[in-house]
Design a protein around this ligand. Structure first.
Ligand code: AMP
Ligand code: ZN
Length: 135
C-alpha cells in the first residue's frame, strides 16, 4: 500500500466510499463524478500504478470481476449497454495513478460519448503498423 495514494486508502477502507462489492483483493466503488448513473471503479487493494504493473493473475481477476459487475449492474440499473474503460498514463487520460477499471453503464439518450477521431489509413500504413508491433 502506498500511503500517499488516495485509491490505496479507499480500497483499504481508510477513506469511505460507496462500496458496491468487496473481497480480499478488490473493492468496487461508485465514481464520485460519474459519467452516468452507476459509473463505478474496480480498485485492487494493492498498489499498481497502471496496467503495465499489474500482475497477470490480477489482470485476469479484474476482467472476471468486470464481467460479473457489468452483469449485475445491467440487471439492477436496467441500463441499455456498458463501457469498460481503463486509462494508462497521463496522455491516455489517467488522473489517479493507482490502476482502476471504469465500469460505465450506458442508457439510451444519456448524452455521453466515449469516442475518438478515426484516422484514415492505407493498407500499406496498416501493414507497417502491424509489422512494428509483431516483428
Ligand atoms: P482516470 O481519469 O481514469 O484516472 O479516472 C479517475 C476517476 O476517479 C475519475 O472518474 C474520478 O471521478 C474518480 N475519482 C477521483 N477521486 C475519487 C474518489 N475520492 N472517489 C471516487 N472516485 C474518485
Ligand atoms: Zn494506490
Amino acid at each position: 500500500m502506498d500511503h500517499n495514494c488516495i485509491f490505496c486508502k479507499i480500497a483499504n477502507g481508510e477513506i469511505p466510499a460507496k462500496t458496491l462489492y468487496e473481497d480480499e483483493e478488490f473493492r468496487v466503488i461508485l465514481d464520485l463524478a460519474p459519467a452516468t448513473k452507476g459509473h463505478a471503479l474496480i480498485l485492487p487493494k494493492s498498489h499498481y500504478k497502471n496496467l503495465y504493473e499489474l500482475p497477470d493473475e490480477t489482470a485476469a481477476k479484474v476482467m472476471k470481476l468486470a464481467k460479473k459487475m457489468a452483469t449485475t449492474m445491467t440487471e439492477k440499473l436496467g441500463c441499455d449497454g456498458f463501457n469498460i474503460v481503463q486509462n494508462n498514463n497521463e496522455v491516455a487520460g489517467q488522473t489517479v495513478f493507482h490502476f482502476h477499471m471504469h465500469l460505465i453503464p450506458r442508457y439510451e439518450n444519456d448524452n455521453q460519448r466515449i469516442s475518438w477521431n478515426p484516422l484514415e489509413m492505407t493498407q500499406d500504413e496498416l501493414e507497417a503498423v502491424k509489422k512494428q508491433i509483431t516483428e
